[in-house]
Design a protein around this ligand. Structure first.
Ligand code: GLC
Length: 464
């Protein structure tokens, strides 16, 4: 057995090595510092990746870099983001940025998706930014920082993007494929769980940080209202356990009118065979996506874990998710915590869903690969539900390999035994995810930085 404390030591050193400075101050971390492959955009600071670094750093009391990151990204937010002639919404936060130096003068160059592979929209960036801002305030107690006019303006710009009137029937956010951590085509368009749970956490963060502009502040009201509706919608309609699966199996279809039970017109034939065997008696999880005649039955780790951390899941549901992880440990954790998504799509499904993406072949990368950065969310969810033994075991498993394998971005194969085919080494959020998990387990008080209490607004909503 490798001594975990030695791995922790190596991880802090590796995280330090990824820090970038702008005008003499630390402002972020590079996505990866692998010197053996072409950097592409991995030499940039990604908002979603930095969120994990920020959590680890804040838990260690290193607050300055996080403060600087929040300031520089806020400045980038209001820049014009143009692709061809189209100008994207003002509230968008950058997917990533880098420091460029010309004639001894430094400046920041951001990507809002207009340079990204396949031009994917970084819809999650603003959500992560709010999450980090709130964690910073929790860690430092410096609420005055978030109350500064420029921050209040930034928060409202983000909310403008998501809370304005839309052509939609649901409280969830409608997004194109690849608009979050899974930034490639993977059948995660529509209303993917990962993004909805993050949206929920961001709304909760905004609710805490906004200074009400009078009693009738429309933003404060809208946040309050949407949080409740969103939680009800996810808790009730996305939830999958054996009882609910039985209901879906016997659903009537083509129901019209207000009394419809099968509201989304899910056809029972779409229940995949694997699920019927796989779902344990007393575990459950939120489905990956929901829309007209669509229920994506795949398990997505980030969405389910964040649902626990943000109290989007009821306490009963949170316990059921952890129970599922324990009982289906081989599928979801195996040799490396943990599967981003389970199971992989294969064959003709893979061709149609991913567009025959060679990077997302079955059991690799986003398509059933194992991502150690998820450790921090696993530890947070475990801490919150009193199941820390699961996170301890997961961390021990990861510690046996991460240093030796040089902190890979992801692992491949059904059980996660292979280093990812195209995985970067020295991937920063692998390092930071491990560290944040360690900090969470060592000092349970750290959970306050990332978790949200039950919102009594939704408590009366029934959960099946
Ligand atoms: C990959 C991941 C994305 C991450 C980026 C940088 O593109 O899919 O989620 O932000 O790498 O690490």
């Amino acid at each position: 057995m490798i001594d975990r404390s030695k791995v922790v030591e190596a991880a802090w050193k590796a995280l330090e090595d990824s820090i970038i400075s702008y005008q003499g101050s630390p402002v972020g971390t590079l996505a990866a510092t692998d010197k053996e492959v072409v950097a592409l955009n991995y030499d940039q600071c990604f908002t979603r990746d930095f969120a994990v670094s920020a959590i680890a750093l804040l838990m260690k009391g290193k607050v300055e870099i996080v403060r600087n990151f929040l300031i520089v990204t806020l400045e980038l937010q209001s820049r014009e983001k143009q692709m061809d002639c189209f100008v994207a919404g003002q509230g968008l936060m950058p997917a990533s940025f880098k420091v460029v130096s010309e004639n001894g003068k430094e400046s920041l160059e951001a990507d809002f998706g207009e340079k990204a592979i396949a031009r994917v929209a970084p819809i999650d960036s603003g959500f992560w930014w709010l999450f980090v801002l709130r964690a910073y305030v929790k860690a430092t107690g410096d609420i005055a920082f978030a109350h500064e006019a420029k921050f209040q303006h930034g928060i409202r710009l983000i909310l403008d993007l998501f809370l304005t009137t839309r052509l939609e029937m649901f409280p969830t956010v409608l997004v194109p494929d690849g608009s979050f951590m899974i930034d490639r085509r993977m059948g995660v368009n529509g209303h993917p769980l990962d993004l909805q749970t993050l949206f929920y956490a961001a709304l909760r963060a905004a609710g805490e940080l906004l200074v009400a502009d009078g009693e009738d502040d429309t933003y404060v009201k809208a946040v309050r209202e949407r949080t409740g509706h969103l939680a009800f919608h996810i808790r009730f309609y996305y939830w999958l356990n054996l009882e609910h699966l039985n209901e879906i199996y016997r659903y009537k279809v083509e129901e019209f009118g207000e009394t419809a039970i099968n509201k989304f017109n899910i056809y029972p034939d779409t229940i995949p065979d694997w699920l019927i065997q796989w779902l344990p008696e007393d575990g459950g999880y939120f489905a990956g996506n929901l829309g007209p005649a669509l229920m994506d039955f795949r398990f997505f780790a980030q969405g389910n874990l964040m649902a626990i951390i943000a109290s989007l899941a009821s306490q009963e549901q949170s316990q059921a998710i952890m129970e599922l992880i324990e009982q289906r440990w081989e599928s979801l954790v195996g040799s490396m915590p943990m599967k981003l998504c389970f199971p992989a799509v294969e064959g003709r499904d893979w061709q149609l869903i991913t567009g025959s993406d060679p990077k997302n072949i079955p059991w690799s990368y986003h398509n059933g690969g194992s991502w150690p950065f998820l450790l921090w969310e696993l530890a947070g969810a475990a801490q919150k539900t009193g199941r820390t033994e699961l996170a301890e075991t997961a961390l021990d498993i990861a510690a046996q390999r991460l240093v030796k394998d040089e902190w890979p971005e992801y692992y491949d194969a059904k059980n996660g035994r292979l280093i990812g085919k195209e995985a970067r080494k020295f991937q920063t959020w692998t390092i930071a995810g491990f560290l944040a998990a360690q900090e969470l387990l060592e000092n349970p008080k750290n959970l306050e930085l990332i978790s949200f209490d039950e919102d009594f607004n939704v408590i009366s909503c029934s959960t099946k």
